[in-house]
Write a protein that binds this ligand. Structure first.
Ligand SMILES: [Mn+2]
Length: 424
């Protein structure tokens, strides 16, 4: 199903007077409202194909019905999100869950909905039917060279699929590691992994990037072979200029200072991309901004400062993606909430008074520095984010329209109440 422009106009019309009143009064308080509006409009976030169905835990999965049954339907769902929010202009695919049988047709369908293909994701963390060797004891790190070869060959296939769709990046997340002391020789595991990544890197098209995503634990609980940003940085430095670290917010131990990691990776020119989610304990994959919105703002504050220092384009020079999974919410509603949280935190970072902040830091005026940051964080910029959507043809209240249009009910009618999205 699609949401027509007329339905969006019909939804916006009765809300318009109140919205314009709130936006006009906010705009008068901001130094450069139009430049912030433009940056927000240019900022598109990729939706991963695996977030469109209900996620589960190892204890169970409770489907919401109407889940996409094919790659085409996944693209349609991202199209819905983009039509409502005008900020979900890309989709990130997972191979082998989303192998495109008709790349030209898939490209055309995405283009029609205003979507491009973001980074491709390989999968050597589970075994596939008819696969010759098992990844039970790791993929690129494995002692058995035949298993390492199989994992390398898979990544090359993912690159090939991505080329056919116009993607420009490969994200490698490895679950490789060990569950018990003594299971693994750390140096050999690192070296095997580096050798494998090198072979994959050598097959990258010249205009592609490779992202090396780290994670401290799960599914392995004693060691992970790309366990933190230091290890990721070590790999990408050894690989070459097309390799970058990828930060997933949920891939840190509790209370890690993620904003500092982001600042330093940017300083070194090695931050390539970002996976948004939120967490209370571990890799919880909760809705962005639902638990720690201040942390999200502080991260965006470092991203904006660091990218501006390096004259980077905020929207294009890093890969932005939501990496979340939902067991109790409608996945599409959850993604709409995540998209809005990202826009709000980004907008708040854009209005930080950097001159005042630098002066406070120079003077060791700790209280003043805190005031500058919290002035921005406590500004209610929701009218601005709504105004950006309105100007792009989106909905003033995306979730309100989603519910008024009975999107989930219509998807269930169209696809059935028991469908399970591929890969979940
Ligand atoms: Mn991730």
């Amino acid at each position: 199903m699609r949401i027509e422009k007329s339905a969006i106009d019909h939804h916006n019309q009765p809300l318009l007077t109140d919205h314009m009143h709130r936006w006009d009064s906010l705009a008068t308080t901001l130094a450069h409202p139009e430049s912030v509006i433009q940056k927000l409009a240019d900022f598109q976030v990729a939706i991963p194909s695996w977030a469109l169905g209900t996620g589960g835990t190892r204890f169970g999965r409770f489907g919401s019905g109407g889940e996409p049954r094919s790659l085409e339907e996944k693209i349609d769902d991202v199209g819905l999100l983009h039509a409502l929010s005008r900020t979900a202009g890309a989709i990130s695919l997972h191979i082998p869950w989303d192998i495109p049988s008709d790349p030209q047709g898939i490209r055309a369908r995405a283009a029609e909905l205003g979507l491009r293909f973001d980074a491709m994701n390989s999968n050597t963390f589970q075994d596939q039917p008819r696969q010759a060797f098992s990844y039970k004891f790791g993929s690129l790190q494995n002692e058995d060279s035949r298993i390492r070869r199989q994992a390398i060959a898979h990544n090359l296939e993912v690159i090939e699929a991505g080329v056919s769709l116009g993607s420009k990046a490969l994200t490698v997340w490895l679950s490789d590691g060990s569950c018990f002391p003594g299971q693994l020789n750390f140096r050999k595991a690192f070296q095997h992994t580096l050798d494998g990544l090198r072979e994959i890197y050598q097959s990258l098209p010249t205009d592609w990037k490779m992202f090396v995503e780290y994670k401290p634990f799960e599914p392995n609980f004693y060691s992970t072979t790309v366990g933190d940003w230091g290890q990721s940085l070590l790999y990408v430095t050894k690989l070459g200029p097309q390799a970058y670290s990828l930060v997933d917010l949920g891939h840190h131990l509790p209370n890690t200072n993620i904003e500092q990691i982001v600042a330093l990776l940017l300083m070194e020119g090695r931050l390539g991309g970002f996976h948004f989610n939120d967490s209370k304990y571990g890799d919880d994959d909760l809705t962005v901004g639902s638990i720690k919105p201040y942390q999200l703002f502080l991260i965006f504050n470092e991203l904006v400062e660091g990218m501006d220092t390096r004259s980077m384009h905020h929207g294009n020079d890093l890969a932005w993606m939501i990496d979340a999974s939902h067991n109790v919410k409608d996945p599409l509603e959850d993604l709409l909430q995540s998209l809005e949280a990202i826009q709000i935190a980004y907008a708040q970072a854009l209005i930080v008074d950097r001159t005042q902040l630098a002066a406070a830091q120079q003077a060791n005026d700790v209280s003043a520095a805190q005031e500058v940051l919290q002035n921005a964080f406590r500004s209610d910029l929701r009218p601005m984010v709504a105004e950006v959507r309105r100007r792009q043809g989106g909905a003033l209240q995306p979730m309100g329209l989603y519910r008024a249009q009975k999107v989930r009910e219509r998807l269930i009618q169209e696809r059935g109440s028991t469908t399970t999205s591929t890969g979940l």
